[in-house]
Every structure is written in C-alpha cells, then in structure tokens.
Design a binder for this molecule. Structure first.
Ligand SMILES: [Zn+2]
Ligand SMILES: [Zn+2]
Length: 150
C-alpha cells in the first residue's frame, strides 16, 4: 500500500483550515480554494487560469493577490504546487483521494497528465530508509513535449 501522506489528515479543508497555522481562511482565500474544490482533484491550474475563472464568476481579485493567496494556500497545505520550468507554476488541490500521483508535463504548452507508479513510491521509500529519513511523499514530475508540441 501507499505510505501515509501528510494530506490525509484533512477531512473537509474548509472546516479544518480555519485556523491552520494561526492563519485564517479569509473569504477571499476561501473563494479561491472553493474554485479548486468545485473543479475537482486532478486539475492543474495556473494563477492566470484562476484569475480568468474568478473574473468569469464576477470576482475581481488582482493577479498579484491571487499569486499571494495561492502561495499561502500551499503553505497551509490545501494546495499542492507543481513547478514547470518554462510554463511557470500550476496548482492543484491536495487530495486524500489520490495523494501520491505523478505528473507528465509538457514544457511548451503546460498540458499536464497524471499517472501512478508504485515504482516511484517504492524508490522514494528505499532512499528514505537508507538515509534514515521519514518518508512524507514521493512524487515525480516528468518534463516532456506533448504530441501537439513535438
Ligand atoms: Zn496532479
Ligand atoms: Zn504541449
């Protein structure tokens, strides 16, 4: 089975997170988090995507505020951040439904596909054990070119 993930402690993030780390989930932060919850896990959004979706729903929040809020939600454990070297950053919900998944990322257009691999998790576990580390998470980001961008 998968090693336990730090994200499993979250029941309903909106309930549990009110005072997480002494920081409050303000209405604005909640709105951004709800956007991720509504589209469901397995979606990877950039700050620009979030900005665009909020504008469509008539929420005028500046891009700078969205960047700050996304970073904060990552710190609070609600979101998980993916670093794409050329396409910037993407954010996804920290989900207990699929805690240990990996990403195939197109470095040109940012298209992101998820995959699962017991080998990666196993490799992380072995490396951690060898060095006396306590494993929290093993994830792999694979940089690639999608069929459209090749
Ligand atoms: Zn993902
Ligand atoms: Zn592509």
């Amino acid at each position: 089975m998968l090693p336990s993930s730090p994200f499993k402690r979250f029941g309903d993030p909106l309930e549990d997170g009110l005072h997480n780390g002494g920081r409050r989930l303000t209405p604005q932060r909640r709105k951004i988090l709800e956007l991720f919850e509504n589209i469901g896990s397995g979606m990877h959004l950039s700050a620009e995507d979030v900005h665009h979706q909020l504008l469509e729903a008539n929420n005028r929040i500046s891009l700078a505020t969205i960047y700050r809020t996304l970073r904060l939600l990552v710190d609070m454990g609600f979101l998980h951040e993916l670093e794409l070297s050329e396409g910037g950053h993407r954010f996804e919900l920290s989900s207990h439904e699929h805690p240990d998944h990996h990403h195939l990322v197109c470095v040109r257009c940012g298209r992101t596909e998820e995959f699962e691999s017991d080998h990666v998790i196993q490799a992380g576990r072995i490396a951690a054990e060898k060095n006396g580390f306590k494993l929290l998470e093993s994830t792999l980001n694979v940089r690639a070119l999608c069929p459209m961008c090749q």
